[in-house]
Design a protein around this ligand. Sequence first.
Ligand SMILES: Cc1cc2nc3c(=O)[nH]c(=O)nc-3n(C[C@H](O)[C@H](O)[C@H](O)COP(=O)(O)OP(=O)(O)OC[C@H]3O[C@@H](n4cnc5c(N)ncnc54)[C@H](O)[C@@H]3O)c2cc1C
Length: 551
Amino acid sequence: MDVRKPRDAFVSLRARIAATGRPVPAGDIGEHGQPLTVGEWAVLIDELLDNPNDEAIWNVALPEEDDREFDAIFVGGGAAGRFGSAFLRARGGRQLVIDSWPFLGGSCPHQACVPHHLFSEVARELDLARHMSGRLWYPKFDPKKASIVEVIELFRAGRGFPHAVMNWQSKEQLGMEYILNSRAQVLDPHTVEADGKRFTAKNIVLATGARTTFPDLPGIDLRGVYDFASLTEDMNYEPNRCVIIGGSKVAIEYGSFFQATGCQTTILSRTPLMTTTSLHHVDDGLRAYVVDMMRDRGMEILEGVEPVAIEGNGKVSAVRYQDANGLEQVIASDFVFIATGERPATSQFVDALGVDVDDNGFIKVDTHMRTSVGNVWAAGDLLGPPLEMFKARKSGCTAARNIMGEPHEFDFTEYPDFLHSTYEITWLGLSESEARRKYQNVIKIQMPPDDANPETFPLPVADGSMLYAFTRPIISGWFKLLIDGDSRRLLGAHHVGFGVKDAFQYLDYLVRRPEGITIDQMGELNELFLNPEHFIQLCRLRAGQSQLTDL
Ligand SMILES: Cc1cc2nc3c(=O)[nH]c(=O)nc-3n(C[C@H](O)[C@H](O)[C@H](O)COP(=O)(O)OP(=O)(O)OC[C@H]3O[C@@H](n4cnc5c(N)ncnc54)[C@H](O)[C@@H]3O)c2cc1C
């Protein structure tokens, strides 16, 4: 390996932090081997984000520390590249991960999952404050105080710390080697260039993620058009009226946030929300409740429509679209948010390596994460849907295991899923219509039941929805559990409310085991009442029946 740039990047860190005018952390961080603290990392990352330059951060072993050939170079240090690297290291291999940002962890903590969860929590808080306005101790709700820009600034000011934790943990706890703040260029199946140096390895793992696909619409370049990434980086005014183009998860999540802040929001979607192929097993009842409740909160949701143009003179002023009857309509708007899904940038890999990609540019892999080119693997969003963290992390680890000689397959066709409106919406297993197509005797436990009046039916009720249940029951949530009446096994679970995501991760495992889990076994569990999905006690109420019936 002809890479011999010692950790001199670390030697300059103290001076670099001092130059920012920010407090210099105590301790001699410049000395070789002296680890940076999380706080020091945060200062450095913030400084590089505020003042981007091409000075790479090196954390590569000196020859006297480790002179083995790299087993793999991970190109991209997001969820896939970081987890794959950590796993390969844990198996005793030697890896190098290279990322163009000055931190590991990728888009999730920088522009995607983490701001999404912050925005969703803000939306939920605002929803409650608006609903309870003037009641109990809640002041009259003043929408002028809810600023989108302020929430984004809050996020931007704080995101350096999670980034810092990942750099620190990857180096100090996981023993990973990395080069950050440097774009990698793949030259052949064993060679990658970064920071002006060539690195060779037995294998290369491609893990460069995906970005928004901007539709080819007139006006798409106008000021006032954002996606999830540019919103986080560049939003600098308080919009009054938002049009979202696209009906992805991101449309529902960000749209619910914009609406909750008082920015009237319209979603323009070709297909009915939550019916795109990238979302599977969505129950019709769950979808109807989610969309109804978004409309109940004042959002406009237009389905079966086609955007035609974004209009404006330098800056967005309106969106023109064709409605479901084929008639052209215009919505005045000072903010357009693009949520039409993401695609990878794989042309450099096709050119340099000749890897096979599908029609959308996603890299084709087998179940071992092997591409069509020997010694080249791929992981994460580069592989196509589902674009989710579990797949990114597990596919990175799968590549690492196989590289280290452990044959391992990963099938990501079945998984539980969730999204946010101002609710947390979670599901696993089969939808009701899927279950009825596959099984003769499907039983459901649903709250509120189909024949109940939801305005007067205060179930579900649990943490996070108590105030709703006691003031307007219909908005306290919705859930359904599907059971095969013959085998008594659970088939699917669907929930709108708060606080079940954690439980659903484990329930999904139980449901998908070869032996599954029965209504009787559910009834034997010990509930921690009030439990948000109510499943255990409701299963117990029915488990006494030899011939199960709906509840
Ligand atoms: C708004 C939004 C919200 C989301 N919320 C959730 C959620 O709540 N839960 C969930 O499970 N999933 C969520 N996701 C999906 C999740 O963020 C992705 O699935 C995940 O980040 C993909 O990880 P990755 O490693 O494939 O790509 P990324 O995390 O994007 O990492 C790719 C890395 O490659 C680097 N890179 C690119 N090109 C180069 C190059 N040439 N040289 C060096 N480095 C390079 C980039 O800097 C980046 O760090 C969300 C996505 C979006 C857009």
